[in-house]
Write a protein that binds this ligand. Structure first.
Ligand code: AMP
Ligand code: TRP
Length: 332
């Protein structure tokens, strides 16, 4: 089984990214052949600084390694190092419905948020994402809930490609989405109706993977709850529900078990327990990160090796796609 996922090198990675996605990448190394891509070409679809992009790319690489991605057991590479992704994007544009791209949630949200230019890249973003996965004929795509719509689209693109050019064969694999049962959508600690993200208006609401323990404790202590006093989820209990979800995810248990354990606890006590569990969960990552991030040439070497191995797979798919589409000379 082949597993593929991508992560943007923008911003700083937060607890939502970690629980919703990165933790799944790590465990998927046990289940199959993992291919993980740091998607710098997706990052340039919104306003950005070129120098910062390179820095963030190394940050993200080091975080993934610190979290436990093992280059001996998986492929870790930078998207722009494998030109097959952009070529396949263009080819797949021919089987992608424009109206569908215009209706994607992320396109709508991000185009509203853009102050200057709404780039064509922002619209085509999901096609590049489809190309990322389809180039490897991956079976499974571990992501958080916010990426479900993008995976649906790539499934459609693969099906449409096969129907139009496959002559009854599955040339491109139709991948499955893998969204975790617990922690697929971690919410902002200050605004629990919004998902945790780097672009939050309330910096206190986002817990970063590299936050110091004291900062993490402070953020949980000031997390917004509600006027009730019971540790349980449900409507009107979004704040507490989110903390329950976080604790269940970092412990690898479930919401019911957390609610039972804290049935008699007060909010303050419960928040402190969540904070210390998260501190403990992220501490080893933060420690390993420092050493890994300091060695940029070692990070480059890992990415270069990953790109070479990725390209060996993607180029085979591209040759098939070009052949089927009648692009370029026929194969001998
Ligand atoms: P990004 O940093 O946007 O590339 O996201 C990387 C991964 O983190 C994707 O699989 C997202 O679905 C996941 N993710 C982002 N935000 C959250 C969140 N608040 N809760 C759970 N997963 C998330
Ligand atoms: N769009 C994804 C995000 O923002 C990142 C991504 C790019 C991705 N290519 C991918 C995720 C391929 C899964 C598979 O999180």
């Amino acid at each position: 089984m082949r597993i593929f996922s991508g992560i943007q090198p923008t911003g700083r990675k937060h607890l939502g990214n970690y629980i919703g996605a990165i933790a799944q990448y790590i465990s998927s190394q046990e289940r199959g052949e993992g291919i993980f891509c740091i998607v710098d070409l997706h990052a340039i679809t919104v306003a950005y600084e070129p120098i910062e992009l390179r820095e963030r790319l190394y940050d993200t690489t080091a975080i993934l390694l610190a979290a436990g991605l093992d280059p001996a057991r998986c492929i870790l590479f930078r998207q722009s190092d494998v030109p097959e992704h952009t070529e396949l994007t263009w080819l797949l544009c021919g089987v992608t419905e424009l109206g569908r791209l215009q209706r994607m949630h992320q396109f709508r949200d991000k185009s509203i948020a853009q102050r200057e230019l709404v780039s064509a890249g922002l619209l085509v973003y999901p096609v590049l994402m489809a190309a990322d996965v389809l180039a490897y004929r991956a079976h499974e795509v571990p992501v958080g809930e916010d990426q479900r719509e993008h995976v649906e689209l790539m499934r459609d693109v693969a099906r449409r490609f096969n129907a139009r050019f496959g002559e009854g064969k599955e040339i491109l694999v139709v991948p499955e989405c893998r969204i975790p049962e617990v922690g697929a959508r971690i919410m902002d600690l200050q605004e629990p109706a919004r998902k945790m993200s780097t672009t939050s208006d309330s910096p206190q609401g986002t817990v970063y993977v590299l936050d110091e323990p004291r900062a993490i404790e402070k953020k949980f202590k000031s997390a917004v709850t509600d006027s009730g006093s019971e540790v349980r989820g449900g409507p009107e209990k979004e704040g507490i529900g989110n903390l329950i979800e976080i604790l269940a995810a970092v412990r690898g248990s479930d919401r019911v078990a957390v609610e039972a354990e804290f049935a008699d606890a007060r909010y303050g006590e419960f928040k402190a327990a969540v904070a210390s569990a998260v501190v403990e969960y992220l501490a080893p990552v933060r420690e390993r990160y420092q050493a890994l991030r300091a060695e940029e040439s070692a990070l480059e070497a890992i990415l270069a090796d990953g790109a070479e191995r990725a390209r060996a797979i993607a180029s085979v798919t591209l040759a098939d796609v070009r052949e089927r589409m009648g692009v370029g000379a026929a194969r001998a």
